[in-house]
Ligand binder design. Structure first.
Ligand code: ARG
Ligand code: ZN
Length: 887
């Protein structure tokens, strides 16, 4: 059944207070809910029946104001409890039994290893008790948890602890009260044998907040980074957004089995262990950054999500897009702004653009869905964040902040819409964003084509921009209207960035030195004229990736190297480098297809040599630029993905670069190795490690005789996981003769050393799943039988199945179709155990239209086999049926 945004109606009833009494026992968990219900004064239908959501529960008892409701007075369906005649205001009491220990969907109340925990967003609360499980019903929650004291000494819920005590038979209880009204999706409950690290934070108004991170005892040594990140995030939100924390206590709990990254439950955030635990020996730099980003993201939701929540799930990007934008800016302020931007843009252009071009494409605010869990997407999160970033660009930082203040002030304690957010931004800035809102309703990645001309005599330079947007499931290209697109530009001259004089506009976006400008493209085609240009400039377009679009301009390779070496925007230098590398790899692919040898364009090799030799350059920039475009990105920009050509051409280019630059790479590697500096996660230290490891990777894939020994040496002496796993990965992927034996030994040793650290074992699974050597599928199948694998644990599924199917194209897309059959088998298994994870793992098969005919047929066959399964979840059904539509 499809749910439509246009069908939204406000609720017939409100729940002012929610009182939960949860008794946990090994067999059944008994949930008694007492709800203070009243008719919504704003509703038209004063006779409406009370329809509560609920599933997978046994209803034991129901009463209204203390009087039992007879069987004949209510109707139970698999997903609802309907009571036909109810007073205008009453206390509804229900008693339900559930079995969290059998709940493998990891939605609602479930068991993860030794603890009980919850995940209610989006619609998991209805698996805990009968309720109005919708985000526009806000209630004041009181929760009492009863459990065995020895097994579950820690009992947590939202808000403040108001009571606790001992009970008979070794039981104990704790009662929590959350003074802030919230929708049910922000409810959380935890019971377990957990250890805690504690700290405090003093807010801007001098209130002291208790901060607690709960983990299993063995993980106590991995909480410092999350705690430091939390305190940084709390300070940053005060300084940058004027947002102070509201409760007296803020808790984080780490859970091993978790469908997503983390959850912003009021005062009690629940985290996937992978997004909270970190220490140098077990965690890569990427892992550290992820912890910092996710801790901040969930904390920031306290305002953008909790204090102001969403009216309905179509508004999901209201909280997610805004909060991703907030956490991205926070991370940029904590580390390297350029690196953070390049990483985010890279993800967006690779995976979100692919989503936009596929059968699940949807606007940032989807108009309909079958299962909302399928819309926690890169489009809603990452493109949603880009849309907020564009508002920031159009308004400027100051007006944007005023808009955000106004939004929080107007809607505090309410369930809001995207219109509310945009209206606050408009009202605070005086800008008209009506055309801009098309970003929320039109799907697809807009294309901009740029053409330029220069008149030497007058010094006038003209730039013509044309926009269009391809077909997506909900609208054809003809039906789409022009977007309002901020195009940040620079004009590069021989000696650097030139001053920009745009004819006929207010200079309101000028930077002090006048070398940046934000053009506002609002028409299908527009020409911008610049005057007083002493030379023909190279246009640097979409600086900082000012809009989530594909921009085409016919650069010469020399122009690209000029931008790479001379522009003052780090992102643009990286982007120019990517464009040059793409052009080179495309040449190599051409040669590969025609069976000709290919010699790498010296322009790229020499550009790289210059970068490697320039000791004045930011090492993070060097590492970023040396990174060749990924196979996934090369696939995204292709009309038809040529799996073999992309893989072998890219490898060939990498090898030739390694050979040509061997001396420089060795020098770089050696200069960054063996220094006895204490471990740090500073931007500089991270940059050094990333440059060192990319140099090692080139060397191992080149012909340097010492390379394997260097990798092995690094593997053995590494004191942090970044260096250790990088060395392991290059060994595992080396096709030199000596490598397989070394890799086997290294993998075995690694497992022996780390078998008790689940998150490290996951990285070990990833390293093998990503191995591009032949027989990849066999290796993955073998690992599925390994004691380290468990299909019920989402992190393991992502590490082995996910990594293989998404990042190992040459093996997954083997022409025999065995990869597709394998994935279909796993989806069918997961469909029963965990529908959310099943649907998510489907993504690579949904992209079948991008492949050649024979692969298309094999991929569709796999999809059709899934579709024919008798008991498909909504989650899997929606993705499979939409991806086969029109076939
Ligand atoms: N709101 C969470 C976050 O972005 C994501 C939780 C979504 N969970 C889910 N099962 N769909 O931080
Ligand atoms: Zn979020």
């Amino acid at each position: 059944k499809t749910i439509y945004l246009k069908d939204y109606r406000s609720p017939d009833f409100l729940i002012d207070k929610t009182d939960l009494h949860v008794v946990l026992t090994d067999d059944v968990t008994c949930v008694t809910a007492t709800l203070q219900v009243r008719r919504n004064p704003a509703t038209e239908n004063k006779q409406a029946p009370l329809v509560l959501n609920g599933q997978d529960m046994i209803l034991k008892d129901v009463s209204i104001d203390g009087c039992p409701v007879q069987n004949s007075q209510y109707v139970l369906s698999p997903e609802t409890l309907t009571i036909n005649e109810v007073p205008d205001a009453f206390a509804l009491k229900t008693v339900c039994e559930i079995k969290p220990q059998e709940n493998t969907s990891l939605e609602g109340l479930y068991r993860s290893r030794t603890m009980y925990c919850t995940q209610c967003e989006a619609e998991g609360f209805r698996k805990i008790t009968y309720y109005l499980d919708r985000p526009d019903v806000l209630s004041e929650f009181t929760t009492t948890i009863v459990a065995d004291k020895a097994q579950f000494p820690v009992l947590l819920s939202n808000g403040n602890l108001i009571d606790k005590g001992e009970l008979d038979n070794g039981q104990h209880f704790a009662s929590w009260h959350d003074p802030f009204k919230k929708p049910a999706y922000l409810f959380a409950l935890v019971a377990g044998d957990l250890s805690v690290i504690e700290d405090t934070f003093v807010t801007c108004s001098n209130r002291t907040i208790d901060l607690k991170i709960f983990v299993e005892e063995k993980d106590l040594d991995k909480c410092d980074h999350a705690m430091a990140s939390l305190k940084n995030a709390m300070r940053w939100d005060e300084e940058v957004y004027g947002r102070e924390y509201d409760l007296d206590i803020f808790m984080i709990v780490a859970v091993d089995d978790f469908n997503m990254g983390a959850m912003e439950n009021k005062g009690l955030n629940i985290f996937n262990t992978s997004c909270v635990l970190a220490k140098p020996e077990t965690t890569t730099d990427m892992g550290f950054q992820r912890v910092e980003g996710v801790v901040a993201h969930e904390y920031f939701h306290n305002w953008s999500g909790n204090r102001v929540t969403c009216r309905d799930w179509f508004q999901l990007s209201l909280k997610e897009g805004f909060t991703v934008f907030r956490d991205a800016e926070f991370s940029a302020d904590m580390g390297s702004r350029t690196v953070k931007r390049v990483e985010d843009v890279s993800l967006l252009r690779t995976l979100q653009f692919a989503e936009d071009a596929g059968p699940m494409a949807h606007p940032v605010r989807p108009p309909s869905f079958i299962e909302i869990s399928n819309f926690y997407t890169l489009t809603v999160y990452e493109k949603g964040a880009e849309v907020v970033r564009m508002i920031h660009t159009l308004l400027g930082a100051e007006k944007f902040r005023q808009g955000s203040d106004l939004y929080f002030e107007r809607h505090d304690g309410e369930a809001a819409t995207i219109e509310n957010f945009v209206a606050a931004m408009e009202d605070a800035s005086g800008r008209d964003l009506s055309q801009f809102t098309r970003w929320y309703s039109q799907a697809g990645t807009p294309r901009i084509t740029a053409k330029d001309s220069y008149d030497e005599a007058s010094g006038i330079y003209q730039l013509t921009l044309t926009q269009s947007c391809p077909d997506t499931p909900e609208a054809t290209t003809e039906e789409k209207q022009p977007f309002h697109i901020p195009v940040a530009i620079g004009l590069l001259g021989d000696a650097g960035n030139l001053a920009i004089h745009l004819q006929g506009t207010e200079p309101d976006h000028d930077t002090p030195d006048n070398t940046h400008k934000v053009l506002e493209l609002t028409q299908a085609e527009q020409t911008f004229s610049f005057e007083k240009l002493p030379e023909r400039p190279i246009p640097v377009l979409l600086r900082g990736f000012s809009a989530p679009v594909k921009l085409e301009f016919d650069y010469s390779r020399e122009q690209l190297t000029a931008i790479m070496s001379r522009d003052d925007d780090g992102y643009s230098r990286w982007d120019a480098c990517q464009k040059l590398a793409v052009a080179v790899i495309h040449d190599a692919m051409q040669a590969y297809r025609s069976g000709q040898p290919y010699i790498v364009d010296t322009l790229l090799a020499e550009a790289y040599r210059t970068i490697l030799n320039d000791s004045s350059l930011d090492q993070a920039m060097v590492a970023l630029m040396l990174q060749l475009p990924s196979e996934a990105y090369l696939s995204e920009i292709a009309d038809v993905v040529d799996v073999e050509a992309i893989h072998f051409a890219r490898q060939d280019v990498r090898k030739q670069l390694a050979v040509a630059l061997e001396a420089e790479l060795l020098h770089t590697y050696n200069s960054l190795t063996g220094k006895d500096k204490p471990f740090s996660t500073s931007a500089e230290a991270v940059a050094e490690r990333s440059l060192k490891n990319i140099a090692l990777s080139y060397l191992v894939h080149g012909e340097a005789s010492s390379a394997l020994a260097l990798a092995q040496q690094q593997l053995q002496s590494a004191t942090n996981m970044t260096d250790e796993i990088s060395a392991l990965s290059v060994l595992v992927n080396s096709d030199s003769e000596a490598a397989p034996a070394m890799a086997q030994q290294a993998l075995a040793d690694f497992f022996t050393r780390w078998q008790h650290e689940a998150l490290v074992v996951n990285q070990w699974l990833v390293a093998q799943a990503n191995c591009v050597l032949p027989e990849g599928l066999e290796r993955v199948k073998t690992l599925m039988q390994h004691e380290a694998f468990d299909i019920k644990n989402p992190n393991k599924v992502r590490s082995l199945i996910g990594a293989f199917c998404n990042n190992n194209a040459i093996n997954f897309h083997h022409a025999d179709g065995a990869g597709y059959e394998f994935l279909a088998d796993q989806i069918i298994t997961l469909n029963e155990l965990n529908p959310q994870i099943a649907a998510r793992q489907l993504t690579p098969l949904t992209k079948w239209r991008k492949y050649d005919e024979s692969r298309q047929a094999l991929m569709c066959k796999a999809l059709e086999r899934i579709l024919a399964e008798p008991a498909l979840s909504k989650d899997v059904y929606e993705v499979v049926s939409k991806s086969l539509k029109g076939k």
